[in-house]
Design a protein around this ligand. Structure first.
Ligand SMILES: NC(=O)c1ccc[n+]([C@@H]2O[C@H](COP(=O)([O-])OP(=O)(O)OC[C@H]3O[C@@H](n4cnc5c(N)ncnc54)[C@H](OP(=O)(O)O)[C@@H]3O)[C@@H](O)[C@H]2O)c1
Length: 278
């Protein structure tokens, strides 16, 4: 049965929504008046996350447990969105996972997992959401990383997968422009969180320096708050911006690397210079 939406109410689906940046994006969109469908694999994790939101927005947030790397789950997700709301205005592909390690030791199976979670998830969701997004002239926002724009040492297959997501985003944007659907990429640096220094401990091996456990594999960029990134995500959707890097000044470093690759590499090594000392 279709929920009774007020005619102007916009609907957003946010994947990877039960924790971290995804949860901050849910909160930001719901506070600005969207109905939001939160997607994650663990139902109880989603329920706990929903309860952590301000009381006044909880009634406009729906949870849907599914694995977005599985195409049948994804098709079911958008069937439910259509049945329940009859429309979709925004898809935020926030599911993603980083890595630690050296490319010379990267196991192809691990690379496949990283592609599943960082790339195929966005591909499946965008394809399945497209018929609904075309009806509203909607927006797809993909969450990349600085690793979508530059390589860095010690982050295993993460930059490879996030660069693929950047390519997917631009190609979709060009392909869907004439169909009225806008596709954009938000590439934030390391996010401030309590477990920032410990979450990749299980991937660390003896050939990696201590700094590899730090956010971004030792990148010397100040952590961003999830709320700050979520506000930029909302602005990108509202203004149909194509591509943002956070912090914004790093776009200069990225551009320098495009014009002068040697200088770009030198600057990147400077940004991880403590890690370089091992
Ligand atoms: N953390 C950073 O410093 C940082 C920096 C730059 C960019 N990013 C990017 O920002 C995004 C969010 O990162 P985060 O660190 O905030 O995430 P996170 O805290 O690790 O949360 C990941 C979320 O995704 C869900 N999830 C994972 N696999 C899923 C799947 N197959 N299907 C459905 N849901 C799935 C998880 O819930 P379940 O486990 O219950 O499914 C959880 O809600 C990612 O794309 C990441 O690459 C992060």
């Amino acid at each position: 049965m279709t929920d009774q939406l007020e005619s102007e109410t916009l609907v957003a689906v946010v994947t990877g929504a039960s924790a971290g940046l995804g949860l901050a994006i849910v909160s930001r969109f719901a506070r600005s008046g969207y109905y939001v469908v939160m997607v994650g694999r663990g139902r109880s994790r989603l329920e706990t996350a929903r309860e952590s939101l301000e009381d006044k927005i909880q009634s406009s947030v729906l949870i849907h447990a599914c694995d977005v790397t599985t195409s049948s789950d994804v098709e079911e997700l958008f069937r439910e969105v259509e049945a329940r709301y009859g429309r979709l205005d925004v898809l935020v592909n926030c599911v993603g996972e980083s890595d630690r390690g050296l490319l010379q030791n990267l196991n192809p199976e691990r690379m496949r997992q990283l592609f599943e979670v960082n790339v195929f998830s966005a591909l499946h969701c965008t394809q399945a959401a497209l018929p609904l997004l075309e009806q509203t002239g909607g927006v797809v926002l993909n969450v990349g990383s600085l690793a979508s724009k530059v390589g860095a040492r010690f982050i295993g297959g993460y930059a490879v997968a996030k660069h693929a997501l950047a390519g997917l985003t631009q190609q979709f944007r060009l392909e869907l422009l004439s169909r009225g659907v806008h596709v954009c990429l938000l590439s934030p640096g390391p996010i401030k969180r309590e477990d920032a220094g410990s979450r990749y401990s299980s991937h660390l091996t003896s050939e990696l320096p201590e700094q590899a456990r730090r956010p971004g594999g030792g990148t010397r960029v100040k952590g961003l708050s999830p709320d700050q990134i979520a506000s930029v995500a909302l602005t990108m959707v509202q203004k149909r911006q194509p591509d943002r890097v956070l912090p914004s000044y790093l776009r200069l470093l990225i551009s320098i690397g495009h014009f002068w690759p040697r200088l770009g590499d030198w600057l990147l090594l400077k940004f991880t210079s403590e890690a370089a000392s091992k």
